[in-house]
Design a protein around this ligand. Structure first.
Ligand code: ADP
Length: 437
């Protein structure tokens, strides 16, 4: 950035200096040209006023003025006198622009390039009282030679200015960038103070990202600690029961009971690991989820078969109603979401309770409602149940085979689908969770 600003500043300076120099040369040349023209005009008037050319004895006239060429042309354009070349040898001058102009308007001027490079001939013609034209001419420098003579000073001044600009650009960009560099240093300690108003949005974004990174790191740390803890409990149980059996302490019916405990804990471990894998997969697939057209009702119907068996085990009735609704979704994830919500509605229910699943359309959205008349969720827990490993009643969750990750997975799926989720629950009365895709 520094280099870019430097380059641009120097570029602008060089262009500026060159443009000024060229303009100055043009202005200077214009002044010079006017001066030459004025001199010629004065000379012409002096000659006119002396009246020499009104008495027609051109042969005798001999005027030699330094640097000045005098030509006298009659009304038809024939040269009567020229102090440089023999008048008889000269061609008709009626078509010379300055002469033409003088015949028409009384005076005329023109500039013509000379054979010598860098020189031009300046002409001024004036009509005399008898209708003839007197023309004076002078050879002088033209624009090119004015520029040429100014070139060395232009180059020197440009060089000096460029060097000055380089130093100035360095100094100014340094001053401009220094606070930004300081900001980068400060950022390492987490304090971001934007020095320029324009940097406030930039600083805010960085601050938000910084906080997000910290929050994510903390979440990951907590999650790892929780995972280790959750895995340790069933493993300790398995290892304990196995040890009892190994040492022959368990006998007869106890062997079957301990084996059942070992199996229960092992399947708990499996569910835990499955849920953890699913969550970490979802964490990593943000952009890589494949969506297709899915009939939400059809998915719910397919899940219902297994859920009904589960509901019967818990003495809970299970009802599904609705209509086909097409949504854009990942089929596997929708199955997982329906299963998790219904599974909770069954597990956190009372004997003879009910679970009602409804699939309906709401505008262009497909809506899934899972409702139960189970134990409900206390108000002060409702905000947190979607956190990983958060449970209201830990022992009930574990007893029913919960991992504490079901709703975290649901929330993640809802997020990946840009869907919305609503929870309404009353302790002791029941829970209703609505997902709109
Ligand atoms: P778990 O595996 O423990 O069921 P979840 O993430 O699925 O974990 O749910 C988190 C907690 O939310 C549960 O432990 C339970 O306390 C509460 N919960 C979830 N669904 C319901 C429900 N339908 N009724 C009552 N409580 C529920």
């Amino acid at each position: 950035m520094k280099r870019k600003i430097n380059k641009q500043l120097i570029g602008i300076a060089v262009v500026g200096i060159l443009a000024t120099m060229l303009l100055m040369t043009a202005v200077f040349y214009d002044l010079f040209r006017r001066q030459v023209e004025d001199d010629l005009k004065i000379n012409a008037y002096i000659l006119k006023n002396t009246g020499i050319f009104l008495q027609d004895h051109s042969d005798e006239i001999s005027l030699h003025m330094e640097n000045l060429r005098i030509t006298w042309i009659d009304e038809s354009g024939d040269v009567l006198y020229d102090d440089d070349v023999d008048a008889d040898e000269m061609e008709n001058h009626a078509d010379r622009p300055e002469v033409e102009e003088a015949f028409a308007d009384g005076e005329g001027k023109a500039i013509r390039t000379s054979s010598t490079l860098g020189r031009s001939t300046y002409y001024y013609a004036i009509r005399l009282e008898d209708g003839s034209v007197l023309r004076v001419a002078r050879e002088a420098n033209n624009m090119f030679s004015v520029f040429q003579s100014a070139l060395p000073s232009i180059l020197v001044i440009t060089a000096v200015m460029v060097v000055l600009c380089i130093f100035l650009a360095r100094f100014l960009t340094g001053k401009l960038i220094q606070p930004i560099e300081q900001m980068a240093v400060d950022m390492k300690d987490g304090t971001i103070k934007p020095v320029y108003r324009e940097l406030v949005p930039f600083a805010n974004t960085i601050r938000a990202q910084h906080e997000n990174i910290l929050k994510n790191a903390k979440m990951r740390q907590d999650f790892t600690a929780n995972v280790s803890h959750e895995l340790k409990t069933p493993l300790t149980a398995i290892s304990g029961y196995a040890e009892l059996m190994e040492n022959g302490i368990a006998r007869g019916p106890e062997v079957a009971r301990f084996s059942a405990e070992i199996r229960k804990n092992a399947s708990r471990l499996l569910s835990l690991i499955n849920d953890i894998i699913r969550l970490s997969e979802m964490d990593n697939m943000e952009d890589a989820v494949t969506f297709e057209q899915v009939d939400l009702y059809e998915v719910a119907c397919k899940c219902a078969d297994t859920l009904r068996v589960n509901a019967r085990k818990h003495d809970v009735s299970f009802a599904l109603q609705g209509e086909p609704v097409m949504i854009r979704a990942n089929r596997e994830m929708v199955i997982e979401l329906v299963n998790n919500l219904c599974d909770n509605a069954i597990r956190y229910n009372e004997k003879n309770g009910w679970v009602a699943v409804t699939v309906k359309k709401n505008g262009d959205k497909g809506v899934l409602v899972v409702e139960d008349n189970g134990i409900g969720i206390p108000k002060d827990h409702q905000d947190r149940i979607f956190e990983r490993f958060y449970r209201v009643d830990k022992s009930r969750s574990k007893q029913t085979g919960g991992t504490g990750l079901g709703l975290a997975i649901v929330k993640h799926i809802v997020m990946l689908h840009d869907a919305s989720l609503e929870l309404v629950s009353d302790e002791g009365k029941g829970t209703r969770i609505t997902v709109a895709f």
